[in-house]
Design a protein around this ligand. Structure first.
Ligand SMILES: Cc1cc2nc3c(=O)[nH]c(=O)nc-3n(C[C@H](O)[C@H](O)[C@H](O)COP(=O)(O)O)c2cc1C
Length: 383
């Protein structure tokens, strides 16, 4: 019997197969291409209409530019309002399996709610996607905050601390299934496993990449201790603040857990021929066409989450605007040169990668491929 965690014949070093571990200075991805409306909350014509051909079209655009991570969002119902953004959508594991089969280069992610997916099922489904993609797969672990969608399952969200304790146990089981040959028993606070078994093992050795986007202090510790890709939001244009913010993740991972992590964020691209036109378009889709009812539902749900986050009324409107504009992504608004400068700026603060979205997802991404990406390549960030 080979020792646990040794490379099996079908396995490969994940640094060679998963583009998220690649050497490009700035990695790129897409966000939420599995859901209706994509990342916007707006009655904008040309926003993402979620059909299988449309989601594949976006994945293949990403594939042509060798994006490193296509990240779907695990969402089970929408946010109401006039457009019910994120209501219709594709479940993330089955989506990732289909996307893996429809692409050749890009990294493919599934997003898993700890509370809704048993760890054996999560490990098994992930393994299938890792085989379909030949080692391009990443598992995004999420703990949930959106209690009405949990209520739909009859599942109550645990208290915040317990949610992360549960996620630690869950991920420990998933990793054991991926890496250990011997059957194992597990008796924990949240799970009981008898004779845990999983074959074949994933393609990636020692196991598939893991990502997490926890933003609380507990979430940041979870991500830095157990995950490879950690996500954070960039909220200011202040260079020094942003550099310190990203560096804090690296320091936490290194100093407390002796690990290295890669820090990613997300951004929304609003591009036009002139900066003025780009700003006008922003105002049009956000202020004229924005689905403020749906956006307020998001913010109110976040605020009413069982931790009772304290969002003052004034801040709620600003947060709603961020949701309408691109689901909280850092807005990059301007000409193609300004968009490239913005991406260079995000790289300079130490981010390893950025998930992108466009208000008119397909049209915007085509323009990016044809007009903006060639300029970005000239910066050397994609070498
Ligand atoms: C890039 C990104 C992707 C996320 N994907 C999901 C998701 O698919 N489903 C979900 O319920 N939450 C998702 N979240 C929310 C986070 O997992 C997390 O619950 C939230 O940031 C609150 O942090 P906390 O859990 O540390 O309190 C995502 C957040 C980000 C930034």
């Amino acid at each position: 019997m080979p020792p646990a965690n040794s490379l099996k014949p079908l396995q490969k070093d994940r640094r060679a197969t998963n583009p998220a571990f690649g050497t490009r200075t700035l990695k790129l991805g897409t966000f939420q291409t599995n859901l209706d409306s994509g990342c916007v909350m707006s009655d904008l014509d040309g926003r993402l209409d979620i059909t299988w051909p449309n989601t594949v079209a976006l994945a293949q655009l990403a594939d042509a530019m060798e994006f490193e991570a296509l990240v779907p969002v695990a969402r089970w119902r929408g946010f109401g309002g006039a457009t019910d953004p994120q209501g219709p959508g594709f479940e993330t594991y089955t989506w990732a399996a289909g996307i893996a089969a429809s692409t050749r280069h890009c990294g493919v992610v599934s997003t898993s709610h700890v509370a809704l997916n048993h760890p054996i099922i999560a490990a098994k489904q992930s393994t299938v996607i890792d085989h379909i993609s030949n080692g391009r797969y990443t598992l995004n672990v999420v703990n949930g905050w959106n209690f009405p969608e949990m209520a739909m399952f009859g599942v109550s969200l645990l208290a915040h601390e317990d949610r992360y304790a549960c996620a630690e146990e869950w991920l420990g089981i998933v990793k054991r299934l991926w890496t250990e040959d011997e059957r194992f028993d597990h008796e924990g606070k949240f799970y009981k496993i008898s004779g845990g078994y999983l074959q074949p093992k994933p393609v990636q050795h020692p196991h598939p990449a893991i990502m997490n986007a926890g933003s609380s202090e507990r979430g940041r510790h979870f991500a830095c201790r157990h995950c490879d890709l950690v996500f954070t939001n960039i909220r200011t244009h202040d260079l020094a603040t942003n550099i310190a913010h990203v560096a804090a993740y690296h320091r936490l991972a290194r100093e407390e857990y002796g690990r290295a992590v890669r820090v990613w964020s997300n951004a929304t691209i609003v591009q036009a021929e002139t900066e003025r036109e780009a700003r006008d378009f922003y105002n049009y889709y956000v202020h004229d066409k924005g689905d403020w009812v749906a956006a307020r539902n998001v913010i109110d749900t976040m605020a009413a989450e069982i931790n009772k986050r304290d969002y003052p009324e004034q801040r709620r409107n600003a947060m709603a605007e961020m949701m309408i504009c691109g689901w909280g992504g850092f807005p990059l608004v301007g000409t193609k040169e300004q968009i490239v400068d913005g991406l260079v700026g995000l790289s300079k603060i130490g981010l390893d990668g950025v998930l992108l979205s466009w208000p008119r997802y397909i049209e915007g991404m085509r323009e990016f491929r044809d007009v903006t990406y060639p300029l970005l390549r000239q910066t050397g960030l994609r070498d």
